[in-house]
Design a protein around this ligand. Structure first.
Ligand code: COA
Length: 281
């Protein structure tokens, strides 16, 4: 049996989450999977939620192999009645969740002038509506229990905007506002609400949708001060820290984890030459 801890789980004490019951939306793939694995490895009970049952398999197989307390359920977060029903059923079975990770997303690059109304609605529905429905209906049980941590996954283009992803940028900006609003509104119930804004990192979903080929990937990498994409487990390690008691006084914050990408390369870094200045003069 494999015993090595998932990379993201190596930085916190064993059993950090042994008293936790976590819900991770989109928890079967990419960043969601690494968060789910890390939480399980540190003792949590984890239920992953996603639309596609195929996406449950890798997590459920690993849970069976390692003896983790993992479960999976099929759910479309755009359907509020289904989200409420799932939240009530899971709370009935396991008690109130202590952790909710709103990670599920849909995204693709499409110029705004060609984006159909249905495409806009699909992404807004998953990212903005879905985050609210999950927060609202799982949050209800956290509020009753007077404890809980919610972590939302946004993107740095929530505040800069980004050509090609007006749907996702608008939805993530809404989720950032939701993070700050609920952090203040629900603090009186003992809940903490934070967000992370990952930069580009390797994942199957992103590779196909956001950088279809190596040339595009190289172009994006050239704009990242650390000179490389991140990895899902680097993002997940930070998420685990935010969900742990190590960050018990962090509330309403959004952490950027992007190798400096959102700051750009600056004007005076290598490649900016005096010759260029003289030519212009
Ligand atoms: N470019 C332009 N429009 C697109 C598109 C793309 N790449 N992908 C989907 N759409 C449009 C569809 O054409 C449709 O609009 P239309 O009926 O006007 O033609 C609309 O979006 C809904 O598409 P559909 O496939 O029926 O929606 P869905 O609800 O099943 O799924 C997504 C939409 C975005 C969630 C889906 O593409 C998806 O699952 N993506 C992979 C997951 C992902 O993006 N993960 C995040 C990676 S960062």
């Amino acid at each position: 049996m494999e015993t090595e801890l998932p990379h993201a789980a190596r930085w916190l004490p064993p059993k950090t989450f042994e008293n936790d019951f976590a819900i991770v939306t989109g928890g079967g793939t990419g960043l969601g999977l690494e968060i789910s694995r890390g939480l399980c490895a540190l003792g949590a009970r984890v239920v992953i939620l996603s639309r596609d049952a195929e996406h449950h398999r890798a997590f459920m197989d690993e849970c069976a192999t390692r003896g983790w307390r993992g479960e999976a359920a099929t759910l479309d977060l755009r359907e509020p009645v289904d989200v409420e029903r799932a939240a009530n059923a899971l709370a009935e079975r396991h008690g109130a969740p202590t952790i909710l990770v709103n990670n599920a997303a849909g995204n693709f690059v499409c110029p705004a002038e060609r984006l159909s109304a249905r495409a806009w609605r699909a992404v807004l529905g998953i990212v903005l509506d879905g985050t609210f429905y999950a927060s609202r209906y799982f949050g209800k049980h956290m509020i009753e229990a007077r404890r809980g941590r919610i972590l939302n996954v946004v993107a740095t283009y929530a505040w800069t905007g980004m050509p090609g992803v007006v749907h996702s940028a608008s939805a993530k900006a809404g989720v950032l506002a939701m993070t700050r609003t609920l952090a203040v509104e629900w603090a009186r119930f003992g809940l903490r609400v934070n967000a992370i804004a990952p930069g580009p990192f390797e994942s199957e979903g992103a590779r196909g949708n956001l950088w279809p080929d190596e040339a595009m990937k190289a172009r994006i990498e050239s704009g990242i001060p650390l000179g490389r994409f991140g990895t899902a487990d680097e993002m997940a390690a930070h998420c685990l820290w935010l969900l742990s008691p190590a960050s018990s006084y962090v509330n309403g914050e959004c952490f950027t984890i992007d190798g400096g990408a959102s700051l750009g390369r600056g004007m005076w870094t290598e490649g900016a030459t005096r010759k260029g200045t003289e030519e212009r003069a």
